[in-house]
Every structure is written in C-alpha cells, then in structure tokens.
Design a protein around this ligand. Sequence first.
Ligand code: PGA
Length: 249
Amino acid sequence: MRKIYVAGNWKMNLIDDITPVVQISKNVKNLEIIIFPPFTHLQKYSEILNKTNIKIGAQNVFYEDRGAFTGEISYKFLEEFGVKYVVIGHSERRNIFKESDELISLKLKKILKTDIKPIFCVGEKEQERNLNKQKIVVENQLKISLGGIENNFKNIIIAYEPVWAIGTGKNATPFDAQEMHQFIREQLSTLFGKNIAYQISIIYGGSVNDENAKDLFREDDVDGLFVGGASLKGEKFKKIIEIVEKQII
Ligand code: PGA
C-alpha cells in the first residue's frame, strides 16, 4: 500500500493560524501530513509540531554539505530542525530561479543518500499543454533528473504539478490528473522496474482546495495532495486533510 501525503507548501508566506491543523493531528494509518514553511520559520514550527504527527519539510536544498555557496542551505542544516522532507524542482525554482533538470538531478542524488525524503516536482507549462506536449515534457523531466539514480528510489515522492494550475484557481480535472499520474508511474516502471514504480507515491498539486480535493484524491494513481495557497488558511488546510482522511479510513 502506497503512503498517502497531504503537504502544505507555504512558499514565501506564513500560515494565518496553525492551531486548527495541530488539533487534528491524530494518527491516521498511512497518512503523512507535512508543512513546508520558509527556512527562517523551520525552528519555530518544528517546536510547535514537536508533539504532533505532522512532519516538517524544507522548500529547497543544495547538493553540497558546506562551502562557498552564498545563499544556499545544506541538508545537514535542515536535519538540525528535524526536517524529514524537502521539495526539489518546484516549478517556481525552475522558472524564476532557472534551476535546470541537471541541477535538480544533483540535488535528488544527494538527498537520496540522506534520511530526508525528496518531493520531486514535475509538470508542463500552459503552452506545452495546449500543444499536447505534456507527456513529452514530463517524460524528459523524469528521465534527466532520475537517470543515474542507483538506490533508495523508494524514498522518492513525485508531485505532478502542471504549471498552468499553480496559483491560478484552475486545477487539472481529476481525469487529466489521473492520466498524467498513470503516465508518470509507467515512466517510473521503465526507470526502476514495475515493483518499485508501484510503491512510489505520486501526489497532485495545482490549485487544490477543499472543494476539489475529494474528486482529485479519489483517482487511483493520485496518492495525495500538494497544497499551496489553501494551506495558508489553517481552517481550509484542516478541511483538506479531513477530506483525505475520510477517504482512507
Ligand atoms: P497552489 O500551489 O495550490 O497555490 O496552486 C501549489 C504549489 O505550487 O505547490
């Protein structure tokens, strides 16, 4: 059985009030709830969440342990705050900060040698979808960044996040999400074998909210949700978690 994730990516924002989320942090078998605050707030939230089942993640990481890399953060520093997950290859990193598939690959290879698990984001842009190139784009992202990885594949979590759906209020339809998740699993199967591909969780991100969460999560290959904007409102994020919990139990 694949692990289910509900993850909140705060980006360069803070949540209005985490209390509702903390209150529901009961242990649901097979469900992992993760929040990704900005680096500067990792300590604060790792203390707040210390006695809950909610995990803490970082939004980025560099692939070296230390050295002359101004502005970068090593996994060793993240570990000090109890970070268990890290986002790698988010479309905002790719598009605004020009991160390449090759750089993303170096980060993935590094993190897979540690106890931190990567949430590796892939997804096509609007123009690529309009040209029906979404599969080619995502296949390339997967091949370049996952090629050459030799072990711990099972620790990878993939987030399918079509760029046109991020922050736009226009989520992928459950049908389109399922089609892409299934396609991603086929690619993982080619890269790592069927058995491993079946065990890797693939979560959906892009304008997830408390109204579309149920239908998106219902799809067979959608193993969880990656939530941006709606994770900044404690009550809304709580609702999304509860929607997923109900469908698991
Ligand atoms: P959104 O962001 O939910 O605000 O669309 C998702 C993401 O970028 O992870």
